[in-house]
Ligand binder design. Structure first.
Ligand code: 13P
Length: 251
């Protein structure tokens, strides 16, 4: 199983970046890159990124979706439309959406289920805040978020989980590899437990990404950590050379 490196541009980038960065990445990646690569630009740039990535192995992902297929939801985008315009992934439950938009585990679960139904691979994010970590609640928070956010249907191969400690996002701080290995191990256990026997048999094929200040300079040790199957990269995904270093650092 190849590692998966996902670039989450968040609310950054414009048409010029979509063209230049993605064209450069497409040349480097060609058709057989070392890792599976997915780019998640802001929704208005999805088609520009798709055009610039055309003919390469770069996949397209969105940063969020609505749980419904269509309807009166001004400003929202459905998983079905994302699939229609060429996406294969969608991030759901990012901590910035949980914090900025009050998204609950139940809503994240509904969005992940919609993504699966539309034929997308949801990247379901979980992670504790600094305060929760300092109170020793990491394990409890991860278990609660995961149990509440993982859809009932969907095999281990049809979805991805991302562990992003909130305190590590955009701060330059990263969790230790020992902590990452422990949380990823826990995520695998919880995933197996919530899905019954079918999921527990497939649990080794579940891809679990680490996210939070991953850069070219620290990627190798993180990506070689037991139980880590890739990275969800924010800031560094906007820099062609740094993002490429992360991809090249995959074991
Ligand atoms: P940074 O890599 O900028 O810390 O962001 C991580 C993240 O939130 C990716 O989804």
């Amino acid at each position: 199983m190849k590692h998966l490196i996902a670039g989450n541009w968040k609310m950054n980038g414009d048409q010029a970046l979509a063209k230049s960065l993605v064209a450069g990445l497409a040349v480097k990646a060609g058709t057989k890159p070392k890792a599976d690569i997915v780019l998640c630009p802001p929704a208005p740039l999805l088609q520009a990124v798709a055009a610039a990535a055309s003919g390469s192995a770069l996949a397209l992902g969105a940063q969020d979706c609505h749980a419904d297929e269509k309807g009166a939801h001004t400003g929202d985008v459905s998983a079905w439309l994302l699939k229609d315009i060429g996406c294969s992934f969608v991030i759901v439950g990012h901590s910035e959406r949980r914090a900025d938009h009050g998204e609950s585990d139940a809503l994240v679960k509904a969005k992940a289920a919609a993504a699966l139904k539309a034929g997308l691979t949801p990247i379901i994010c979980v992670g504790e805040t600094d305060a929760e970590r300092n109170r020793g609640e990491t394990t409890r928070v991860i278990a609660r978020q995961l149990t509440g956010s993982i859809p009932d249907l969907g095999s281990a191969l049809s979805l991805v989980v991302a562990y992003e400690p909130v305190w590590a996002i955009g701060t330059g701080r990263t969790a230790t590899t020992a902590d990452i290995a422990a949380v990823h191990g826990q995520i695998r256990e919880v995933f197996a437990a919530v899905g019954g026997t079918a999921r527990s048999a497939q649990v080794e094929t579940l891809r679990i990404l680490y996210g939070g200040s991953v850069k070219g300079s620290n990627a190798a040790s993180i990506l070689a950590t037991h139980g880590v199957n890739g990275a969800l990269v924010g800031g560094a995904s906007l820099d062609l050379e740094d993002f490429w270093r992360i991809i090249e650092a995959c074991p």
